[in-house]
Design a protein around this ligand. Structure first.
Ligand code: SF4
Length: 224
């Protein structure tokens, strides 16, 4: 006989759902004026534009859960290290904007390794780190004059540790500045940045408005 059960986060007791939502609502980084978070600049600029210019979509347990898992690992593991959760900033040269981000920890090994911890539901298919994550740790390593970096992907079954070569970061800094400039101009001219389709889209709270604005875009003029 199959026992009766209810599957889904919505069936959790209200106290737990409230805790998940409360933790994630207070956990987001609130950008200061003229400061963009590194994650924002490396993510979809269109999404960043919506986040600043549209009302915040309702927060649900479902769309908080991935972040909540990350917070649990962060709270347990990053505080094991002397240098943890330290904010790094970088001032753009061409616009009055500062890029800001926080690394997870620096190991106390010799040499020290700047490390970012990422939680993943499925790790089997992950054979290389996510490109934007590589850029994040390289940026943090550069800001802290550290020459070694790594990404740790973890779930409740196992983990995968990827060493990351820091190398020459100048092209990365140029890319970050160029993307920050595009976002700055989008706000200045109130122009929605182009679509940047990626895996992020399936978790994006602005999918509906994003696809609607794509459809509404006027067709390019054809020459007579
Ligand atoms: S749906 Fe995709 S392209 Fe559109 S705003 Fe969200 S992340 Fe960007």
């Amino acid at each position: 006989m199959v026992a009766k059960f209810f599957e889904g986060l919505e069936y959790l007791p209200r106290e737990i759902k409230d805790e998940i939502i409360r933790t994630c609502s207070g956990n987001g980084y609130h950008e200061k004026p003229n400061t963009y978070s590194l994650t924002t600049v490396l993510g979809c600029l269109r999404q960043a534009f919506y986040q600043k210019t549209l009302p915040r979509p309702p927060v649900t347990v479902q769309n908080c859960y991935a972040m909540y898992r990350g917070v649990l690992f962060d709270e347990k593991w990053t505080r094991l290290f002397r240098h943890n959760q330290v904010r790094c900033t970088y001032r753009c040269r061409s616009i009055p904007v500062t890029i800001s981000g926080k690394y997870d920890f620096i190991t106390s090994t010799d040499p020290p390794v700047l490390t970012d911890l990422k939680t993943r539901e499925k790790l089997e298919e992950l054979v290389s780190p996510i490109v934007s994550h590589i850029k994040q740790v390289r940026f943090y390593a550069y800001c802290n004059s550290i020459h070694h970096a790594q990404l740790i992907y973890v779930n409740l079954q196992t983990c995968k540790v990827f060493p990351v070569e820091v190398g020459n970061v100048q092209p990365l800094l140029d890319e970050i500045e160029e993307r920050a400039y595009r976002l700055y101009m989008a706000f200045l001219t109130n122009t929605v940045p182009p679509v940047e389709e990626s895996g992020l889209c399936s978790y994006c709270s602005y999918q509906t408005v994003c696809s609607k604005q794509q459809i509404e875009k006027p067709a390019p003029e054809t020459s007579p």
